[in-house]
Design a protein around this ligand. Structure first.
Ligand code: HEM
Length: 464
């Protein structure tokens, strides 16, 4: 256990809270340059050198980084009332997502919108989505038969992003994405890159007029145009059964008797689409990449889907028996956690693990470094699905693994996402054996607002 986390043992109240240890001016200056070159390397090294809680300048702005499960538990769960999203990371995200659920500052407006949307993500609603997921996945796998037959290399990341977008649009809003969907994906990828750059070096402000800021404004306008088109398309026809769109449209505040304004409706739809397709599509790309990298693991997944499904399309009832496939997914979400960073803002003075957190502090939580904490994950960089056997899970403290966050603002789409990842991985394994192209260099990380595979994942698909 590191010395910093050992401070948790000292009963608070007996020892007065200490100031959070600070990086030196020199370390911060070196860090500023390194952040721009390789943000992940800088963060991994900082955690190794400074332990589980320290004060640093992230992209030049003062932040306290916490990297211990007890500290994350404190901020996200036990004392969540004291931490909102009125911070640097989410202010930048709100430029794009406005007041939609994911970037909403918090408080009553967030609570009300979360309450409205919750029913669309219950287990029974997700069960209704599974046929959409398997139908759309089947379409993509059939398209891949042709390049597979030619032995061609396929860039899977873009195609998977399109699949994930179609799934979320059809499941939640009952609409199909055409070419406009592809344009929306390209726009958002560019937005994600501009926002990721801004997070590493927040100058000039996003509201300024410069080529990249003007481009950002144009991309946001285009994305808003796509949402307006979806709303019109959906209003133009009745849906057979209530979906998220119907819920949002009919949402009524019990106290005021008013519904969502048109702008609020558009913001929620945009936020839900981005939250729903971006992280899932990155996860699926990384899962495919890992299966191709580890032929023995891929063979075990093939054996499992063959014996459980016997050639059938997977249903929700099959998923609990696809246990090894799920372990591969869980381990991929540990090492390639797509929603890899988040931030909170301390509303009032607080103490974390014996350290003083003055009100107004931005607290940075990085799931990339957190899921590699050597005190909880032996040989943390090794990809090993065996970490997720029931025995291993029971052996670890509960909060050391949280790709979907925790506390009241945990991922609303967690069951949706896990069902989607499980079905798509199983169906891919039924159809194809996948390999990496010969001589391909390892794919690096592009740490945007979400964690992307740099340059995309390229694979060879072989019909089984
Ligand atoms: C593998 C896929 C996914 C991962 C790893 C993931 C991860 C996360 C994480 C870590 C958070 C919490 C962020 C924070 O505390 O600051 C979050 C929030 C959220 N996610 Fe996901 N997510 C995934 C897929 C989805 C899907 C498919 C949907 C919807 C269809 C979704 C909707 C949301 C929403 C609406 C929030 C904001 C909740 C709130 O603030 O109340 N996510 N997600």
């Amino acid at each position: 256990m590191s010395t910093v986390s050992a401070r948790l043992d000292s009963p608070e109240g007996k020892n007065p809270p200490q100031p959070v240890p600070r990086l030196s001016l020199r370390e911060n200056l070196v860090g500023l340059a390194e952040m721009r070159r390789d943000q992940l390397a800088f963060l991994v090294r900082s955690v190794r050198t400074h332990g589980d809680i320290f004060h640093m300048r992230l992209g030049g702005l003062p932040t306290v980084m916490v990297n211990h499960p007890d500290y994350l538990q404190h901020v996200l769960v036990d004392n969540h009332q004291n931490y909102d999203k009125d911070n640097f990371l989410y202010r930048a995200t709100r430029t794009v997502l406005r007041e939609g659920l994911i970037a909403n500052k918090g408080g009553e407006p967030w609570r009300r919108h979360r309450r409205i949307m919750q029913p669309s993500f219950s287990r029974s609603s997700v069960a209704d989505f599974t046929t959409n997921i398997s139908d759309l996945t089947g379409d993509l796998l059939r398209q891949w038969e042709e390049p597979a037959g030619r032995g061609a290399v396929v860039e899977v990341t873009t195609e998977i992003a399109n699949l994930a977008l179609r799934i979320v649009l059809r499941a939640l809003f009952g609409v199909d994405a055409d070419d406009r969907g592809r344009r929306f994906e390209r726009d958002f990828l560019e937005v994600n890159a501009i926002a990721g750059d801004f997070f590493r070096f927040p100058f000039p402000p996003l509201s300024w007029y410069s080529p990249s800021r003007n481009r950002l404004r144009q991309l946001i306008r285009e994305m808003d145009g796509f949402i307006a088109y979806l709303i019109d398309a959906r209003l133009a026809r009745e849906s057979e059964k209530p979906d998220l769109f119907t819920l949002l449209l009919n949402a009524m505040d019990e106290e005021t008797g008013t519904g969502l304004t048109h702008e609020q409706l558009a913001n929620e739809i945009l936020a839900m689409i981005i939250a729903g397709y971006e992280t899932s599509s990155n996860s699926i790309s990384w899962i495919f990449y890992q299966l191709a990298a580890y032929p023995d693991i891929q063979r075990r997944v093939h054996d499992e889907v063959d014996s459980v499904l016997d050639g059938r399309v997977p249903t929700l009832d099959d998923l609990p028996r696809l246990t090894y496939t799920r372990m591969v997914i869980d381990e991929t979400l540990r090492l390639f956690t797509p929603a890899w960073q988040t931030m909170r803002h301390a509303v009032d003075d607080d103490v974390i693990g014996g350290y003083r957190i003055p009100r107004g502090t931005d607290v940075y939580l990085n799931l990339f470094t957190f899921h590699r904490h050597p005190d909880f994950w032996p040989d943390p960089a090794r990809f090993d699905p065996e970490r997720f056997t029931p025995e291993e899970i029971a052996r670890r403290p509960r909060h050391v693994y949280q790709p979907f966050g925790s506390g009241p603002r945990h991922c609303l789409g967690k069951h949706f996402a896990l069902t989607e990842l499980h079905i798509i991985t199983a169906m891919l394994a039924q159809a194809f054996h996948i390999t990496r192209p010969e001589g391909q260099a390892p794919v690096g990380f592009a740490p945007l607002i979400t964690l992307h595979p740099k340059g995309g994942i390229h694979l060879r698909l072989h019909r089984r």
